[in-house]
Design a protein. Structure first.
Length: 159
C-alpha cells in the first residue's frame, strides 16, 4: 500500500471549515472530520499535535465566515421566507446574545445542529467582532480539546 501524499493533512482544516461554515455546515457532518483525523492519527500519517491546530484554524475560519455573513446580511436575514415568522423575536435573540454570549457561542460550537447557524445569528444580532472573536476562541479551544481526546482515544483503540 502506497503512503498517502503529505498534503492529505489539509483535509483536516478543510473539513473543520466546512462543518462550521454558514449553511454548508448543515450538510457536512463532524463525523467526516473525526473519521479523517482519527485515520490520519492511527495510521501514523499525522500526529495529534498537527491535526488539532489545523482543525482549530479551520473551525475559526468557518465560524468567522458565518459571523461576517450575518453582519453583511443584517436584517435581511430575518426576511428569508423560512425565518419571517421569527422576525419579531430578533430583539430577544440580540438581548440573549448580549447577556450570555459566551455560553451561547460555546453551546453553538459544541452542538452539531447549531454549529453553522450560531455564528450567523451572532453576526445578525450585532454582537461586536471583538466579543465574537474572544468567545469563539474560547469555544473552539474547548472543541479542539474534545477533538484531541476523541482522536487519541479512538485512534489508540484501533492500534
Amino acid at each position: 500500500m502506497a503512503d498517502p501524499p503529505p498534503y492529505i493533512i489539509l483535509l483536516v482544516p478543510l473539513f473543520a471549515f466546512l462543518e462550521s461554515c454558514a449553511i454548508v455546515g448543515i450538510f457536512v457532518s463532524g463525523l467526516i472530520l473525526l473519521s479523517t483525523a482519527t485515520l490520519l492519527y492511527s495510521t501514523g500519517n499525522s500526529t495529534v499535535l498537527e491535526i488539532v491546530p489545523l482543525a482549530f484554524i479551520g473551525a475559526i475560519a468557518g465560524d468567522h465566515t458565518g459571523y461576517f455573513l450575518g453582519r453583511i446580511l443584517g436584517d435581511k436575514f430575518w426576511k428569508a421566507p423560512i425565518l419571517r415568522r421569527y422576525e419579531q423575536r430578533k430583539q430577544q435573540v440580540h438581548e440573549l446574545l448580549e447577556k450570555s454570549a459566551p455560553f451561547a457561542i460555546c453551546m453553538g460550537r459544541l452542538t452539531p445542529a447549531l454549529r453553522s447557524i450560531t455564528p450567523i445569528v451572532a453576526g445578525v444580532s450585532g454582537l461586536s467582532p471583538a466579543r465574537f472573536l474572544l468567545f469563539d476562541l474560547l469555544a473552539c479551544t474547548i472543541w479542539a480539546a474534545g477533538l484531541y481526546l476523541l482522536v487519541t482515544q479512538i485512534g489508540d483503540s484501533l492500534l
